[in-house]
Write a protein that binds this ligand. Sequence first.
Ligand SMILES: Cc1ncc(COP(=O)(O)O)c(C=O)c1O
Length: 323
Amino acid sequence: MFASDPSAVGANRTIERTQGSEHTVLRDPLLRAIGNTPLLPLDRIVARHGGGFRLFGKAEFLNPTGSVKDRAALFIVEEAIEAGELRNGRTLVDASSGNTAVAYAMLGARLGFPVRLCVPRNAHPERLRRMRALGAEIVLTDPMEGSDGAQREALRISRAQPEKYYYPDQYNSPANPGAHYAGTGPEIWHQTNGRLTHFVAGVGTGGTISGVARYLKEQQPTIRVVGVEPTGPMHGIEGLKHLPSALRPSTYQERWVDATMRIETEVAIEAQGELAREEGISVGRSAGAAVAASLALGAASPEAFIVTILPDAADPMAQETDR
Ligand SMILES: Cc1ncc(COP(=O)(O)O)c(C=O)c1O
């Protein structure tokens, strides 16, 4: 992208778009690198666990900020821009425990709108540094209230000054599952030539599982969709929610989900370690949880062709404590 290019996004702070067939596409090479991630065969791990079934992980850690949340954040921001919600220096405010916050911060820096993020105080300091480096303002919230407390604070801020703040609310925005219905779902369908029998994904906002599941079931209703959650409220698996004890996001559309598997944190960490050692894939704990659930499923269904999501890259600071 060249600053002299009048269509350059961010360079001259004008937002130009081309109309895509499915959705408006921002004409920015960095933002166009969001999505279309590879599907990785996890053959060595499968062999170690008895073989028979097939398991593939969607490499969402290869998105520009290193997580699946680039997809939802881009859709949310695109929708806001189209609706004129981010004009005249209006600030985007939202809650996130980490990855969405980084994605919003990147988009704000890239497209030239201010970003204010409500983040639980126990978020990793490196993550917070990264958000600040991308120019976002951080509001730290009570860690005991988790992402629910951060959501309440974002709502409070936006209600106090509605003209100054736009609160898209990633936990209730249809653009969040919409990103996965338009992108992740079709990608998985085409990458597997429609041969998958199971789709497994961790549940945070539920946007990924709901959007992908809806698309896949529209193509082939027999595909079984399994959600992965932690076993309890104090779990330490970043990005996932223990739904029985949390605010229920409307982005989680349960009608598309056939079953829920609850994974112990230790089991998720063990699978995270296996992904690194056996496959050379450095990912976060929620990927470990999704793979652990997939392995349990595969052990019970030897004919299964399972696709799961590897939502983010390993946090380099957390690695020492994860082993
Ligand atoms: C690391 C990680 N894993 C899984 C998820 C769950 O994705 P979703 O919010 O689409 O349910 C998230 C969401 O923030 C995440 O950050």
